[in-house]
Design a protein around this ligand. Structure first.
Ligand SMILES: C[S@@+](CC[C@H](N)C(=O)[O-])C[C@H]1O[C@@H](n2cnc3c(N)ncnc32)[C@H](O)[C@@H]1O
Length: 250
């Protein structure tokens, strides 16, 4: 008894110090995170996002994805079939940007799969077309919160770092769920509410997501998290690299 009490006290002190550090981190992240999305209407914010990607930032997006290793590490997920594209015949790539994910789809999806690249920014779609050097994908310009596709037409959706450009994730998740057929698969990559996520949000004028909150919301919308994916073992250990998850429409 005599030895247990100080040990318990020590443990409790350690737990409260941990909680304090976590809270401090949350405050710092919140201070660093870009908050434009919370301050203006969605129309005003979306115009700003479009201008960001239409302009010079969009022109260097492909190079940034290579430098940050997102593009090669993302390719590994698809090449190693951690997210298995085989068997999917109609694939939608939401927010294609410079065609970073679409390029992997062209390599690793079935050769008869139809691929649609979708983005808010026309210049971004032009850049994707130039980079991909393929006549196979269809290119569509529109807003993720109002996609010009019928219900259940896709059996696979990929969405890399786009959902964080919406004030409410529901606006995008409901749309993606609508265009996916039941049993369809969805690869979601999103910026997490970590320090590096907050920093990314500054660069790309977006928000971040809390993993647990996003998971709960998906469950409510009938989007089941099948597997949480990690780019490498190091990313998993350090909980780095953002949210990357395979989702199934129920
Ligand atoms: C960071 S880039 C992601 C590029 C690529 N998917 C990747 O994984 O690297 C985000 C892209 O989403 C597009 N985007 C932002 N908001 C959007 C919206 N509401 N609807 C459709 N596309 C949007 C931007 O134009 C930009 O091309």
């Amino acid at each position: 008894m005599q030895t247990k009490t100080p040990r318990r006290k020590k443990r409790r002190r350690f737990a409260s110090q941990e909680a304090e550090t976590r809270n401090r981190r949350k405050v710092v992240n919140r201070l660093v995170e870009n908050d434009l999305i919370k301050r203006v209407s969605y129309d005003v914010y979306r115009d700003k996002v479009r201008r960001v990607y239409d302009g010079p930032a969009g022109a260097v997006l492909a190079a940034c994805s290579k430098l940050s290793l997102h593009e090669p590490l993302g390719e590994r997920l698809l090449k190693d079939r951690k997210f298995d594209l085989r068997g999917h015949k109609r694939i939608l790539d939401v927010g294609s940007g410079a065609g970073q994910i679409a390029g992997h789809l062209l390599k690793y999806a079935d050769s008869d799969a139809e691929i649609t690249c979708f983005d808010l920014s026309l210049p971004m779609l032009r850049r994707a077309r130039t980079r991909l050097k393929s006549t196979r994908p269809e290119f569509v310009a529109a807003d993720l919160s109002r996609m010009p596709f019928s219900d259940g037409v896709f059996d696979c959706v990929t969405c890399g770092y786009v959902l964080e450009h919406l004030p409410d994730p529901r606006m995008g998740l409901q749309e993606i769920s609508r265009v996916l057929r039941p049993g369809g698969r969805f690869l979601l990559l999103a910026t997490e509410d970590s320090f590096s996520g907050a920093f990314t949000s500054r660069l790309w004028c977006c928000r971040t997501y809390n993993r647990q909150e996003l998971r709960k919301l998906c469950a409510k919308l009938g989007l089941k998290w099948v597997t949480e994916l990690w780019f490498t073992r190091m990313h998993r250990v350090f909980r780095a690299g953002g949210i990357c998850v395979e989702i199934e429409k129920q």
